[in-house]
Design a protein around this ligand. Structure first.
Ligand code: GDP
Ligand code: ZN
Length: 296
């Protein structure tokens, strides 16, 4: 007898797997399985086999996508944080804490580098003038990112956000205190997350031993809490690949004088010309230059 399921969590060789009937089983890996336990990650789809009363993971199904990051401590080697993630949902607050576009751009680059769709949630819009919040994040719809303005105080934007999360695996990212746990509790009262439960994505070094985990959503889909993202490595990205991680730059690439233009100091650079002409955002370009320096 076999069953299919999704890996929610794993510690010490025991994996928590949610089966298609909605039950959660604690299972082990079958000994004969070729894949080693540290290669199995949350989000993996698995086949469970009933081996005489105890269920075990007999097979790991091919991954649709992976979310990977640099190893802790900066050593080389890709570390897969979660599998089958459909989208990255980056949450910032309109105020308290003040949003940092540089950090937002960094999360977006991680999503792009993993070829994952990113959504931006601007929470706590009750604390600011709505027009000001939109103006502050105006670069992002221009770059093509879906935006959601939300508040758990007024309830604005919550229904639209629930629609985006439904039936998908979403990796939730964003700084501490922006309201990630509060949003999930407001959307799904049954989830009962402690406020502050979702791992902070900043504060390097805290909770480094905590692994990723998936929260099943009551109406289908999962939210991945991936503490690894906070160390935010733009792992293994070549400086030249960074160009394409800024979607609004793409139309200008290939129009610079030099084919290998870095878009930083070169003459006749189409990207810099677009920034000078205000066709591209100077703030986003500044993030690009800083990230490029970091990668070189
Ligand atoms: P997390 O660290 O991102 O999970 O953030 P929390 O969910 O723990 O929320 C941090 C604080 O922000 C808590 O005191 C929440 O009550 C508050 N908060 C969350 N969402 C909102 C919101 O939409 N508006 C306001 N005014 N406060 C919020
Ligand atoms: Zn250029």
């Amino acid at each position: 007898m076999t069953e299919r399921g999704v890996v929610l969590q794993g510690t010490g060789g025991v994996w928590s797997v949610r089966t298609s009937d909605g039950a959660t089983r604690d299972v082990s890996l079958r000994g004969r399985l070729k894949i080693s336990a540290d290669k199995l990650v949350v989000g993996d789809e698995v086949v469970l086999e009933d081996a005489g009363g105890a269920w075990a993971i007999a097979e790991i199904l091919p991954r649709r996508s992976v979310l990977a990051r640099r190893s802790p401590g900066g050593s080389y080697g890709e570390r897969i944080v979660a599998a089958n993630v459909d989208q990255v949902v980056v949450v910032f607050a309109a105020a308290s804490p003040e949003p940092h576009p540089r950090m937002l751009d960094r999360f977006l680059v991680i999503a792009e580098a993993n070829e994952l769709q990113a959504h931006i949630v601007v929470n706590k819009v009750d604390l600011v003038d709505p027009a000001a919040a939109r103006a502050r994040f105006a670069d992002y719809p221009v770059a093509g990112y879906p935006m959601h303005f939300t508040s758990i105080v007024t309830g604005v934007g919550l229904d639209e956000l629930a629609v985006e999360l439904k039936g998908r695996i979403s990796a939730l990212a964003g700084p501490s205190g922006v309201g990630k746990s509060s949003l999930l509790n407001a959307l799904y009262p049954g989830l009962n997350l402690r406020v502050g439960t979702i791992s902070p994505s900043v504060n390097k070094g805290r909770h480094t031993t905590v692994g990723a985990l998936l929260h099943p959503l009551p109406d289908g889909g999962y939210v991945a809490d991936t503490p690894g993202l906070r160390e935010v490595g733009i792992w293994g990205l070549s400086p030249d690949a960074l160009d394409r991680c800024f979607p609004e730059f793409v139309a200008y690439l290939g129009h610079c004088r030099f084919a290998d233009c870095h878009h930083v100091v070169e003459p006749d650079c189409a990207v810099r010309a677009a920034v000078a002409a205000r066709e591209l955002s100077a703030t986003r370009y500044d993030s690009y230059v800083r990230l490029r320096q970091e990668l070189q």
